[in-house]
Design a protein around this ligand. Structure first.
Ligand code: MTE
Length: 324
């Protein structure tokens, strides 16, 4: 973006808001041509209501047993903070979208599985939940904007969904897309964004043990603002890979252009693995602000998950930008 900032990691939430006002005054198309994610590190927020879905009938499934193999390694972020400090551009390009996101209807919700699969299918979210082994995992979450949190997600291993989909031997990538409905998501009226929000993983990434489909949070169904009813968690990558409110999984042999890559490929790439040694073009990535404690802490390679995922990248061409 064309904004003169102090340092990305010094921005307060107020800066983020004024940045969005600034953008409204700009020639938006021009700005988005070089634009990208808003750089805001946030801080501890005053307690705000934690909006919870009332039209989600899956409440009886939670809490689910915790898988102790996945621990956060530091204090969990209070629920009222992680559910009110969000990125969900469909509902606004600032952090306070939790109220606006309540407009999203999470039932009925159908998930489409298509592309290079033995048999394309559409499946109702509650049927899908019924077929999957649900567990809780505590994951660290590192946003490219240099803030982070520690969250007890509930859900199932993405590899279970890949197995259900039964991709053909030609499939190399799994593409995931968010719902599209301008009548509830006013952000989608902003035509300069390449809606629907699209993300993708290689099949090796998608079937890695860490890749997780989130359906719950803090022992309850995941709130709308955090990506109900189905959202991705790949904790070794920056948060923008973790697509929310998914309606479609497509298997393909062609690497797609993802949402942020299409907006600004110089700043946001396909791989987006966390690496403290590779700065964002406009700010450093060696530290992060924990939004629960407000403390600045060192960022770890692969967000501390290298043992599980580093091998995925050892044969990838040196020319690939693995860390942005
Ligand atoms: N998914 C959609 N559909 N729309 C978005 O704007 N933002 C991404 C990711 N998934 C986003 C999205 C970004 S930048 C981050 S950091 C995380 O969601 C934020 O997740 P949280 O709000 O649960 O913390």
């Amino acid at each position: 973006m064309l904004i003169k900032i102090r340092k990305g990691w010094d921005l307060s939430e107020r800066d983020v808001t004024s940045e969005s006002h600034y953008l409204k005054r700009r020639d938006l198309l021009k700005a988005m041509g070089i634009g990208g994610l808003i750089a805001g590190s946030g801080g501890i927020l005053a307690a705000r209501p934690a909006y919870a879905a009332t039209d989600d009938p899956s409440g009886h499934l939670y809490p689910v047993p915790r898988n102790e193999a996945f621990v956060g390694g530091r204090a969990m972020t209070p629920e009222e903070i992680s559910t009110t400090y969000n990125n969900f551009y469909e509902f606004g390009s600032h952090k306070s979208i939790s109220k606006a996101a309540q407009a999203l209807k999470v039932r009925p919700w159908t998930v489409k599985i298509d592309g290079m699969v033995e048999k394309e299918m559409e499946i109702d979210i509650d049927d899908l939940l019924g077929q999957m082994h649900l567990e809780e995992r505590v994951y660290r979450h590192r946003c490219v904007e240099a803030w982070s949190m520690v969250v007890p997600w509930s859900g199932f291993a993405l590899k279970e969904l890949v197995k259900l989909a039964n991709p053909t031997s030609k499939a190399k990538y799994l593409v995931m897309q968010t719902f599209e409905d301008k009548s509830v998501a006013s952000g989608q009226k902003q035509f300069w964004y390449p809606w629907p929000y699209t993300e993708a993983l290689t099949l090796d990434e998608a079937t890695n043990d860490l890749a997780f489909m989130v359906t719950g949070m803090y022992g309850k169904p995941v709130p709308k603002q955090n990506g109900a009813p189905l959202r991705l968690a790949v904790p070794w990558k920056y948060g923008f890979k973790q697509v929310k409110s998914i309606v479609r999984f497509s298997f393909t042999d062609t690497r797609p252009k993802t949402f942020w890559e299409e907006l600004n490929s110089k700043e946001y790439g396909f791989w987006a693995n966390v690496n403290p040694g590779v700065p964002h073009p406009r700010w450093r990535q060696d530290t992060e602000r924990d939004i629960g404690t407000g403390r600045r802490i060192p960022t770890q390679m692969f967000n501390g998950y290298g043992e599980a995922v580093a091998h995925l990248y050892k044969d990838i061409a040196k020319s690939e930008r693995l860390y942005m």
